[in-house]
Design a protein around this ligand. Structure first.
Ligand code: ZN
Length: 307
């Protein structure tokens, strides 16, 4: 199979007891993590997720045993905002305007001007990059290359180092082998590798967090007034940085859809619900499914309710 991970459903992923990720973004890892957690909740399903990542001379590999140790979402707080992009993505499979800008500045500029150093503060240089990046973006049907964005991303690049990738990939492969054969104990459960200042590895057990929006029982607990509206709640959730909600999410409770952000027909049909009082469709301590790129569990406690 070759395609987007999101194009496959629960049934497809439930065939695999061990999933080794080769992903290049936080978003993709969050998505597969939520999917595999959901599968691990089905009867008779034990799923291990093995994930690795590198950044220059640094890397990490981890084994996620759902419901026992931290899931990817539990450790989101450890990830810093992604400001760099893997070289392989830049060279071969751009999806974002940033990828095209990196391509223009890192790969194309040195070819065109081998003896001229790129200066992020020189408007002529940036202008040239914008032109080149825009052309490449057009080729891949990507929009959004602007002068400001170009200047913003030009200065921060961490190269993909093949040998670091090899170390992390080998660690992931070892864990997959151990889990599949039972020949040795799997790592418990997060290995950090640092190769830029000497060489260090450190492995530690990362525990679940109580209010993980994916794997905890209650999810994120939010206190709200019973008479406040769904729209107000959604706006508050969007401001909670650790949830990393990028645009107004869809919301449902049990089997009932409260708000659908797409397609437009359903959006306009469900939009009036954003003005509905919380206590008109739920009672205190019930949980909502909040769906942005990942489905998040949010338990709402009414501020004035006795629990
Ligand atoms: Zn979790």
């Amino acid at each position: 199979y070759f395609g987007k991970i999101q194009d496959k459903d629960d049934e497809y992923y439930s065939e695999f007891p061990i999933v080794v990720c080769g992903l290049d973004s936080v978003e993709a890892r969050r998505w597969i993590n939520a999917m595999l957690f959901r599968i691990s909740e089905m009867p008779q399903q034990q799923v291990f997720m093995i994930d690795g990542g590198t950044e220059g001379f640094k890397g990490q590999a981890r084994v996620i045993t759902f419901k026992k140790s931290a899931c990817y979402e539990c450790s989101l707080g450890m990830t810093t905002a992604p400001v760099t992009f893997p070289m392989c993505t830049i060279a071969n499979t751009p999806r974002l305007p940033e990828h095209c800008i990196e391509w223009a500045s890192v790969l194309h500029w040195p070819k065109e001007f081998p003896n001229k150093k790129l200066d992020g503060d020189d408007p002529e240089h940036i202008k040239w990059l914008v032109e080149q990046a825009s052309a490449r973006a057009k080729e891949f049907n990507i929009t959004g290359v602007t002068y400001t964005l170009t200047q913003g991303v030009v200065k921060n690049i961490i190269p993909a180092i093949a040998s670091t990738n090899a170390i992390v990939a080998a660690a992931c492969a070892n864990e997959a082998f151990k889990l599949a054969t039972g020949s040795a104990l799997a790592m418990e459960n997060y290995m950090q590798y640092t190769g830029d200042v000497g060489v260090h590895t450190f492995t530690f057990g990362l525990g679940k967090i109580d209010n993980c929006a994916v794997c905890s029982v209650e999810g994120v607990v939010v206190e709200a007034k019973a008479e406040s509206t769904l729209g107000e709640l959604v706006e508050r959730l969007k401001k909670m940085e650790f949830l990393q909600i990028k645009q107004t999410p869809s919301v449902s409770i049990g089997d009932r859809t409260l708000y659908m952000r797409a397609p437009p027909v359903l959006e306009s049909q469900t939009r009036p619900n954003l003005d509905a009082r919380l206590d008109s469709f739920m009672s205190s301590c019930e949980y909502l499914s909040v769906i942005d790129s990942v489905e998040l569990k949010v338990t709402v406690k009414f501020a004035d309710a006795e629990v």
